[in-house]
Design a protein around this ligand. Structure first.
Ligand code: G4P
Length: 530
């Protein structure tokens, strides 16, 4: 992170991030306020409304609406002061962790939202751990401070202990619950006062010249001031100061306190992201890494979404640009197939709506409509045979056999399943023996989503049935040993949707047995998507 050359200003002003949280902590509300301050929407409340409209356009989302969970991720770009923010939405439900994981490969930072009354919840913890794997910088927003919340030190302690990360307060709350009046902005010595009457109003901000400034007493009732001064003294003694370097290497998170619903603390968080948040970072790739300032354009697909418009069977590949300056109409090489693609109608996810992208820079997310050529993990370059690495595919934890209601429609079923496999929504295995397909997912809810999408999008009723297998492992190793292994275990062998060989397992015992009997064969639970 240090000793990096200065980035071209257009790239340096980009902040590409995701929001991670436990359901209900306030991610949607915070997103809405981000867009409001980014000038992308005129009035709060439009994100939800817009979300609904988008959902009706892609009809499978009926189920998402019914269940009130988000199964799809999208991207939103908006300007904040001199910065361009790219917010990549992560699906909130725990069943979609693989999708979430891949989304996090496309961002440079994460904003972690926690509920001030609940602290670190299970889903926050899981998502945090994923960010940790990549040392992603994390900025924390402690939300719902307008309600009864936990003691500030308790919240900070809990984050430090549960997540093993240093926490540095960027602001400090004054008063609790009904008595919460605002925050002291530690980074800029300002008093921010919340307006409960107008939820969309930016807080009144008063410059303070240090904690003994008499202005504090003018705005803060005596009993709250005493407690605040006591706490902030203690905080200064006990808690670390913000170290920008530690933030960037993921070992420290600054925390802001606020209330997304009351638009309070949000602007300070955005300022923090702009000031301290990372610029577009170097992308790991083979045979060499990609630096954002490189002249040539490279990008990689981290998500594919099909049937965004049911009238056209289009798919949109979400591409994170890793380097260069992209212009519409450019011809890029699709490294996997070595074919050139003219990118004539790229989509930029400007928060207002989908819009044609005339240009984009390293750090941006663009959508490329295509007919299935682009898959998750694919790299696009200006000719160099380079492949982005680190986008994993996980072995599914649940397997079921999938059959078409009408046996004559098996071919259609195969097509539908392959499409979902390419989207990353499921793994599809074709066993060497027997008919039908075995579908693997990470969470049980995905079977329902798939069944309802296949019916809606392909007019094909399907049945998912219990399978004798419970998991799958990719097979690797010395070719002769692998061939021998496959020949002797045909009833367990299948090919995945990319044509790679997998070993279907019933019990951990199966995996242990292979380890014992075939020392030259390796079974793996993840594979790199390249
Ligand atoms: P999520 O996307 O993380 O699931 O959370 P979301 O923003 O939908 O917020 C969950 C609930 O918390 C919503 O209430 C929302 O209004 C509320 N909320 C968000 N921020 C704050 C805050 O700063 N203070 C308080 N008191 N509440 C907040 P809901 O009743 O589920 O929905 P709604 O009817 O208000 O839309």
């Amino acid at each position: 992170m240090t000793n990096r050359p200065d980035l071209p200003p257009e790239i340096a002003r980009r902040r590409t991030f995701a929001i991670i949280s436990h359901p209900d902590a306030g991610k949607t509300t915070l997103t809405e306020k981000f867009l409001l301050y980014g000038g992308a929407i005129q009035m709060a409340g439009q994100v939800r409304a817009k979300g609904e409209a988008r959902r009706t356009r892609s009809d499978f989302m009926q189920m998402e609406k019914d269940r009130g969970i988000s199964v799809s991720a999208s991207a939103m770009s908006f300007d904040f002061e001199k910065y361009r923010f790219n917010l990549v939405d992560t699906p909130g439900h725990s069943d979609f962790s693989e999708d979430t994981y891949r989304t996090l490969t496309a961002v440079d930072a994460a904003v972690m939202v926690i509920d001030g009354a609940k602290g670190v919840e299970s889903q926050t913890q899981k998502l945090f751990e994923v960010c940790r794997l990549r040392d992603l910088p994390i900025l924390t927003f402690c939300n719902k401070m307008d309600r009864e919340s936990r003691d500030t030190f308790d919240i900070i302690d809990e984050i430090q202990e549960n997540l093993a990360i240093d926490v540095s307060p960027a602001s400090w709350p004054i008063g609790v619950g009904r008595e919460f009046i605002g925050c002291y902005d530690i980074l800029r010595d300002k008093l921010e006062l919340m307006d409960r009457a107008d939820r969309n109003k930016v807080a009144e901000s008063i410059q303070i010249s240090g904690l003994d400034d008499p202005k504090l007493a003018e705005h803060v009732p005596v009993h709250l001031l005493e407690k605040f001064l006591e706490e902030i003294e203690m905080a200064k003694e006990l808690l670390p100061k913000l170290d920008p370097e530690a933030l960037l290497n993921g070992s420290m998170t600054p925390i802001w306190f606020g209330s997304a619903m009351n638009s309070f603390g949000v602007k300070e968080l955005m300022d923090g992201l702009a000031t301290y948040g990372p610029e577009p970072q170097v992308q790991s790739a083979q045979p060499r890494n990609i630096a954002p300032e490189e002249k040539n354009v490279t990008g990689f697909v981290f998500k594919v979404q099909a049937n965004m418009d049911p009238k056209h069977r289009d798919r949109v590949a979400f591409v994170r640009l890793a380097s260069g300056h992209f212009e519409r109409g450019m011809k890029l090489t699709h490294v996997r197939s070595k074919k050139q693609m003219a990118i004539t109608n790229p989509v930029l996810f400007l928060a207002a709506d989908r819009e044609l992208a005339e240009e984009a820079w390293a750090g941006d997310i663009i959508g490329i409509p295509n007919h299935g050529q682009l898959r998750i993990g694919d790299t696009l370059t200006e000719g160099e045979a380079i492949r982005v690495s680190g986008i994993p595919s996980f072995a599914p934890e649940l397997l079921q056999t999938c059959r078409a209601g009408d046996p004559m429609k098996a071919k259609h079923l195969e097509k539908a399943l392959m499409q979902f496999a390419e989207e990353g929504a499921a793994k599809v295995f074709k066993p060497t023996f027997g008919s039908g397909f075995i579908v693997g997912v990470v969470g049980a809810l995905q079977f329902e989503v798939l069944a309802s999408r296949i019916e809606l999008e392909y007019g094909l009723p399907v049945r998912f049935e219990a399978s004798q297998f419970t998991s799958a492992r990719w097979v690797a190793g010395d070719q002769t040993a692998v061939d021998k292994f496959i020949a002797a275990n045909k009833q367990h062998i299948a090919t995945d949707n990319d044509g790679d060989t997998v070993y279907l397992t019933r019990l951990q015992w199966d995996i242990d047995r292979v380890g014992r009997d075939y020392p030259d064969v390796t079974l793996t639970a993840t594979k790199e998507m390249m």
